[in-house]
Design a protein. Structure first.
Length: 403
């Protein structure tokens, strides 16, 4: 059931060390269990929040499974409550007033600074009130977390975002590396699409997935691992597909602006209907599948790497084989590592690996990817996607013949 004013005394008692987290269970909502690698997590949240978790982690993969077939007890519990803005802000003020020592700043997301504050029962994380984001209070327990957020449009997504953070850091420990890349498959063979923002990764992945024998794997963030001499393996980092109107029209889905989606649509007075609009439609892969029939796949081997470059208002198509040396440099530029500006902190303190070990993981994955067939692809916004897909299918057949 939704949290009410009656939850406030229980939350205050928790912050003061006079109550256990279980006392909040009546106000958290329903329970669902997710599997993050080898970690089982019970999530107590509203029906909308748990539905979003299931949708975001669809299809289930080796790293994210919203419906695990296990009867074992959870290794962790995440309790989620939503309250009016003023009540969350008052709880945050209470934490700041009672905290001891200096806060420990972290970065939850690229534009979401926060800090851990020490209370006698344990650490509590507060978002930075000076950057214009909604207040959030996260209490760390020996067996998990209590997440208190505002009852705004982000409330349904916060549990999934934090679960994704836990799964990401656990995956890092297990040797997975995140690349700024999209991915799709053709006839079961994986195509990793690597490049800067605006290079055409998302639209190309969706075009490949819509082709005969195609399936969509990931958008913008892809987790990669490799073992011994096996081909690198790709799994999606769960997240929405972000598309503007120009790309939707080129893909043949101009009517997508009418779809009823989890995330609100951009306002009509924004630039989202152009090819390079800053505002974009956010569509979960599961939503894309439901509305277009495009198949989804949970993972794939990396059989071909594509470095795209999309040219505005042009109809051209040029593809050439990429040499391994330059390819590794391009891959390294899109590989997440602790030295990157956009690599946010492990703000939940989940990861156990050292920076050196993470660097070793990254180098090993980059070496493995650099040894895979790769092509550079230049195409125009007026080039038919069928022609682009056909060219990549031919390149895939030439470099990785089917058995």
């Amino acid at each position: 059931m939704p949290a009410t004013d009656q939850a406030i005394p229980a939350i205050e008692a928790l912050l003061d060390g006079n109550a256990e987290a279980t006392t909040l269970d009546p106000w958290c909502g329903q329970k669902t269990t997710v599997q993050l690698g080898a970690l089982s997590v019970d999530v107590l949240a509203t029906s909308a929040a748990t539905a979003y978790v299931r949708s975001l982690f669809t299809p289930a993969s080796p790293l994210w499974n919203p419906s695990p077939a296990t009867t074992a007890g959870p290794a962790a519990t995440m309790r989620c409550l939503t309250l009016p803005y003023a009540q969350v802000a008052a709880l945050a003020k209470r934490v700041r007033h009672r905290a001891t020592g200096s806060p420990s700043p972290v970065l939850m997301h690229v534009h979401a600074p926060a800090a851990w504050h020490q209370l006698s029962p344990g650490p509590v994380l507060l978002t930075d009130p000076g950057v214009g984001i909604a207040p959030q209070v996260i209490v760390r327990h020996p067996d998990g977390y209590t997440v208190i957020t505002c009852d705004d449009t982000d409330a349904t997504m916060n549990a999934a975002r934090h679960l994704r953070e836990i799964g990401y850091r656990r995956a890092e420990d297990d040797g997975w590396v995140c690349l700024h890349a999209s991915a799709a498959t053709l006839d079961g063979r994986g195509i990793l699409i690597v490049g800067d923002s605006g290079a055409g990764k998302s639209s190309l992945a969706l075009a490949l997935a819509a082709a005969q024998g195609g399936a969509f794997l990931s958008n913008d963030r892809t987790m990669i691992t490799t073992e011994s001499d096996a081909a690198p393996r790709a799994v999606a980092m769960p997240g929405p597909i972000r598309l503007n109107g120009g790309t939707l029209q080129a893909l043949g889905f101009a009517g997508a602006r009418q779809w009823d989606l989890t995330r609100p649509k951009p306002a009509t007075d924004t630039d989202w209907q152009t090819f390079h609009g800053a505002s974009k439609l956010h569509i979960l892969p599961a939503e894309w599948h439901e509305r277009t029939g495009t198949p989804l796949t949970p993972d794939a081997t990396v059989d071909l790497i594509v470095f795209p470059q999309i040219v505005q208002d042009a109809e051209e198509l040029h593809l050439q084989v990429a040499r391994s040396g330059p390819a590794r440099e391009l891959l390294a530029a899109q590989c997440m590592s602790p030295g990157d500006d956009i690599y946010v902190h492990d703000w939940l303190s989940i990861r156990t690996s050292s920076t050196e070990r993470l660097a070793d993981h990254g180098a090993r994955v980059l070496d493995a990817l650099a040894g895979r067939p790769a092509v550079s692809l230049r195409f125009g916004t007026r080039t038919p996607y069928a022609a682009v897909t056909a060219a990549l299918r031919a390149s895939l057949d030439d470099q990785t013949p089917r058995t």
